[in-house]
Design a protein around this ligand. Structure first.
Ligand code: PLP
Length: 449
């Protein structure tokens, strides 16, 4: 029986990433309110949001500091643009704040409205850069299968999600993919270090196949998020960095999920010792309270762009003043509460320790994680990590049991993933783990009966 709101929703609302037929049968799950790490649905049920929305509500729900910052800015200057040699104080202040937090020589920021727009911007920027350097042939961007870089034509093309490519003839020309460094899924039985090197060296093979003078950039998430929280072997990123340097390929790091403290650093590039030429951020930049994205640009590309005259690119909502005000308040709270240090030293290690204890469950083949990102792999047979047959739907079954127990955990195939708010307490971590274990038990019963 659908509620009136669910009926209205089914009649008028096309949802992103949703099977509309299933939605029409059951009605949408209605979330009404949030506070801290908790959500409340229309039936008044309290749900622990271990995904922080879509990996973004880093400060948790209901933060007055962010609400007040938005309100103040809405009253003072609700909108102005950054086109045609104009700025407003919040955009400039935010660019300077971010420059101080970013690794390496990333001193320049280009604002967008989302992660997808960041990645569209990256493609246009790197091609413009190479053209200005007298190498217009350098157009191809190399990305990875199972990466997620957004839903616009460029974002979905850069992403390596085959079902997304299949709907609409993607990827766009001059975007190619190599394999991901997913050891549990694609390299089990191999030494992880060696596997990481082999996967990184696919980049070199691809560059040589295309010709280095045709390749503009390589793009990757430090840890693939939507692909299933895929933590690369230690050998992977240093080798990618070496190859990019050797062939003079720009390195673009998509930190839309990994940025803003998620891994226990302001940016995960620090964890992996990366020195990217461009870095994308969104989501956690405002704790998801309001849309904003930014592309950080290292000295080399920034100077090239500055010399190149007008860059014919930008969005009406590039650096929206209200979004910038919220982002500034978000950074201020993160600094005042030392949240990045807390993830690195206290709550990240605690979550990982407790999460690893789920590894003893008969359904779990592997647990892995970093900071406040974690994944576990559901397997049919733990002795040899055999997967469930196609269509068994173990991940979906587990996800539904989680919901019923009052926990949001996401399923990527048979990989269960979490990314809770950075403010999660120890007691809330305990609740998360307890509910995850119960959900695993129920999933076991469902699948084995
Ligand atoms: N890049 C990564 C790594 C993401 O995870 C996402 C969204 O999940 C995006 C880009 C796209 O961001 P948006 O949905 O804000 O366009």
């Amino acid at each position: 029986q659908k509620s009136p709101l669910q009926q209205l929703d089914a009649a008028h609302h096309l949802h992103p990433f949703t099977d509309s037929q299933a939605l029409h049968q059951k009605g949408a799950r209605v979330i009404e309110r949030g506070e801290g790490v908790y959500l409340w649905d229309a039936d008044g049920r309290r749900i622990l949001d271990a995904m922080a929305g879509l990996w973004c509500v880093n400060l948790g729900y209901g933060r007055e500091e962010l609400v007040l910052a938005a309100e103040r800015q809405l009253r003072r200057l609700p909108y102005y643009n950054l086109f045609f040699q104009t700025t407003h104080p919040r955009a400039t202040e935010l660019a300077a704040s971010l420059a101080a937090l970013l690794p390496g020589d990333m001193e320049h920021l280009f604002f967008t409205g989302s992660g997808s727009e960041c990645n569209d911007t990256v493609i246009r920027m790197v091609r413009h850069y190479w053209a200005e350097q007298g190498q217009p042939g350098r157009k191809t961007i190399i990305s990875r299968y199972n990466a997620y870089h957004g839903s616009t034509l460029a974002g979905a093309s850069l992403g390596g999600m085959k079902p997304m490519h299949a709907q609409g003839g993607l990827p766009l020309p001059d975007i190619v993919h190599i394999d991901q460094p997913y050891h549990f899924g694609e390299g089990l039985g191999q030494d992880p270090y060696q596997f990481g090197l082999e996967r990184a060296r696919q980049l070199e093979q691809k560059i040589l196949e295309l010709g280095p003078d045709k390749v503009a950039a390589f793009i990757g998430e430090p840890i693939q998020g939507a692909g299933g929280v895929i933590i690369p072997p230690d050998s992977y990123w240093p080798e990618i960095q070496r190859i990019c340097r050797q062939y003079d390929i720009l390195l673009v790091v998509d930190e839309v999920i990994c940025g803003f403290g998620r891994t226990g650093h302001w940016f995960a590039s620090e964890h992996y010792g990366l020195e990217p030429d461009l870095l994308c951020m969104a989501k956690g930049i405002t704790s998801g309270y309001i849309p904003l994205g930014a592309v950080a640009v290292g000295a080399r590309v920034a100077h090239g762009l500055i010399k190149g005259g007008e860059f014919f690119h930008g969005f009406t909502y590039s650096g929206h003043p209200v979004a910038c005000a919220v982002a500034l308040a978000n950074i201020e709270v993160m600094q005042k509460e030392r949240l990045v240090e807390r993830v690195h030293d206290v709550i990240g290690p605690y979550l990982q320790q407790e999460w690893a204890s789920l590894g003893s469950h008969p359904l779990v083949g592997e647990t892995r994680g970093l900071g406040l990102l974690a994944a576990l792999e559901l397997v049919a047979d733990k002795s040899d990590n055999r997967r469930f047959a196609e269509g068994a739907g173990a991940g979906m079954i587990c996800r539904e049991h989680c919901f019923d127990l009052g926990l949001v955990m996401r399923a990527v195939g048979d990989t269960m993933i979490i990314s809770p708010p950075l403010v999660i307490s120890r007691a809330e971590v305990d609740e998360l783990i307890r509910k995850a274990r119960q959900a695993l038990d129920l999933t076991y019963q469902t699948l084995m009966n």
